[in-house]
Design a protein. Structure first.
Length: 200
């Protein structure tokens, strides 16, 4: 199924439908401020199992998409300097690698017990998280064998990946450039991947 939601004014009814799908253990493909991404409810173990199977990704490939900075502090250890860095750059096209807290499910972590945190600068993504009442577990829709259009054009995303998920959210054409990944687990932030965002 594909569901159109307009980023300028996301329909509350449509967003609730997406949130209900996630609560039931479903997985979605949805727009971010970078590439389209798989998503499931972080609180739903059934959804986590499904997204791991469908995306072919493991632990450190996932990020937790939050609605705001106060939620970030629930799932990651955030010092005062780190909080200031996050506040300057979020919402935005960044994935910050932080030390996970005990509230992050083990299945979402890599071997080092770190977690990627995102607050996308995309009204649809944030509306979904807010309606769900908790974070999404998320991973980029990426296939190196396909043309870029298959990960940026919602109708082609639905055609190629729709059978794997419960719902594709059509939020218009997506980006082909992923988020900038910043490792904040050491003494100084280190950019692991140059993406769409310029760190402030």
């Amino acid at each position: 199924m594909i569901l159109r939601i307009y980023p300028e004014n996301p329909s509350e009814k449509a967003v609730r439908q997406v949130a209900d799908t996630l609560r039931a253990g479903g997985i979605i493909i949805y727009p971010t401020d970078g590439v389209y991404a798989y998503g499931c409810a972080l609180s739903n173990p059934k959804g986590i199992e499904k997204i791991r199977a469908v995306s072919g990704k493991e632990g450190s490939d996932f990020s937790i998409v939050c609605a705001d900075l106060s939620t970030v502090a629930t799932y990651a250890k955030v010092s005062t300097p780190l909080f200031k860095l996050l506040k300057r750059n979020l919402p935005g096209p960044f994935t910050f690698i932080l030390e996970a807290s005990s509230k992050t499910p083990d299945k979402c972590l890599g071997r080092r017990k770190n977690v990627g945190i995102r607050i996308p600068d995309n009204a649809i993504a944030r509306a979904i998280v807010e309606a769900l009442g908790g974070p999404l577990l998320s991973a980029s829709v990426k296939n190196d064998d396909l043309e870029t259009e298959y990960t940026t054009d919602p109708s082609l995303i639905h055609e190629h990946f729709g059978h794997k998920v419960d719902l594709v959210v059509d939020g218009g054409y997506g980006e082909s450039i992923p988020s900038t990944v910043v490792d904040c687990t050491g003494d100084e932030p280190v950019i692991l991947r140059e993406g769409k965002g310029e760190l402030q």
